[in-house]
Design a protein around this ligand. Structure first.
Ligand code: NCD
Length: 317
């Protein structure tokens, strides 16, 4: 089935084949993402972005992707400077933006906000993070990073570490890895465990998943360590945040015990969970991961926006 005109709200909106199609297309976009080749693939297209939460990489890589493809963008990067500050509803903002642009990328603090946006928009909606819900486009670039490094997404042992309760990146990534037969090891503070609902889904999909409180032991046969930031903005009690975040960081000494091809990933921003000493290690993959955001989002945008414009059978350019 074609991705043209489709919404992307949950990673489960994509089949295994569609994910692979996006990753293959992303590889071909790398020279354009690097500025070594030019493209006008999305010339005449306009992407609207509405970010109701802070963002650096997600917003700028979507904007870069669109512009590298010859398209243009309009962006609400700071809701306090838009009519949202006057009390405009999300539905009204979305309706308006989707009448201006050819597709809408939205990030919002409420879980389910992107789903609501997709219901009121007649143009494709891409979820760029909905509260503690999901972040499917981050997952696509996470998978691209793993695939580029290992040449496969199957048969790997992946540790998800950090804030598994509120971290939307790991909620999407865990669900995607299910499709490829990787094994998951969960390592988090007890109060920030992966939600039962996600663990249940993984179990039903037949994924091998276990919790491991001892990181050193988990690292022994691991291929990937995916570290996440403790999501400060989702804590009601900041004293609790301070207690957990202070004690939660990756010790670079552990790198002496890992497999040769092992990589450390992080969706970024990091706060203190990976010390800068790790950056120069051949195991550090997080900056490559951040770069791959551009070709992956180019692939996604060109597949969603190529040809037909509207979900409701719009015109072709
Ligand atoms: C993540 C997010 O916003 O969920 N950032 C990103 O998009 N790269 C991770 C985070 O904020 O911790």
């Amino acid at each position: 089935m074609s991705l043209r005109g489709r919404d992307l709200i949950s990673i489960r909106d994509l089949s295994r084949e569609e994910i692979l199609e996006i990753l293959i297309a992303a590889r071909r976009w790398i020279p354009v993402a690097e500025g070594r080749r030019a493209s006008e693939a999305l010339q005449g297209r306009l992407l609207a972005l509405a970010f109701f939460e802070p963002s650096t990489r997600t917003r700028l890589s979507f904007e870069t992707a669109m512009q590298r493809l010859g398209g243009r963008v309009i962006t609400i990067a700071d809701p306090t400077s838009s009519s949202v500050a006057k009390g405009e509803s999300l539905a009204d903002t979305v309706r308006m933006l989707s009448s201006y642009g050819d597709a809408l990328v939205i990030r919002h603090p409420n879980e389910g906000a992107s789903r609501l946006a997709a219901r009121v928009s007649d143009k494709p909606v891409i979820n760029a993070g909905d509260g503690a819900g999901q972040h499917p486009t981050q997952t696509l670039l996470d998978l691209a990073t793993i695939d580029e490094h290992f040449g496969t997404l199957s048969g790997l042992r992946v540790i998800l570490m950090g804030d598994l309760r509120y971290g939307r990146t790991v909620h999407s990534l865990a669900r995607a890895l299910c499709l490829f037969g990787s094994e998951l090891v969960l390592h988090s503070p007890p109060s920030l465990r992966m939600p039962d609902e996600v663990v249940r889904e993984l179990g039903e999909a037949g994924v091998r998943v276990r919790e491991e409180p001892d990181l050193r032991r988990a690292l022994k046969d691991a291929d990937v360590l995916y570290v996440t930031r403790i999501q400060k903005e989702r804590f009601g009690d900041l004293a609790e945040y301070a207690r957990i975040s202070g004690s939660y960081r990756f010790d670079p000494a552990l790198l002496s015990e890992v497999k040769e091809r092992f990589i450390v990933m992080h969706p970024l921003p990091r706060v203190a969970e990976i010390p800068p000493e790790v950056d120069s290690s051949p195991h550090a993959a997080y900056f490559r991961q951040a770069f791959l955001a551009v070709p992956v989002r180019m692939a996604l945008l060109s597949l969603i926006l190529g040809g037909r414009l509207s979900k409701k059978g719009g015109r072709s350019l």
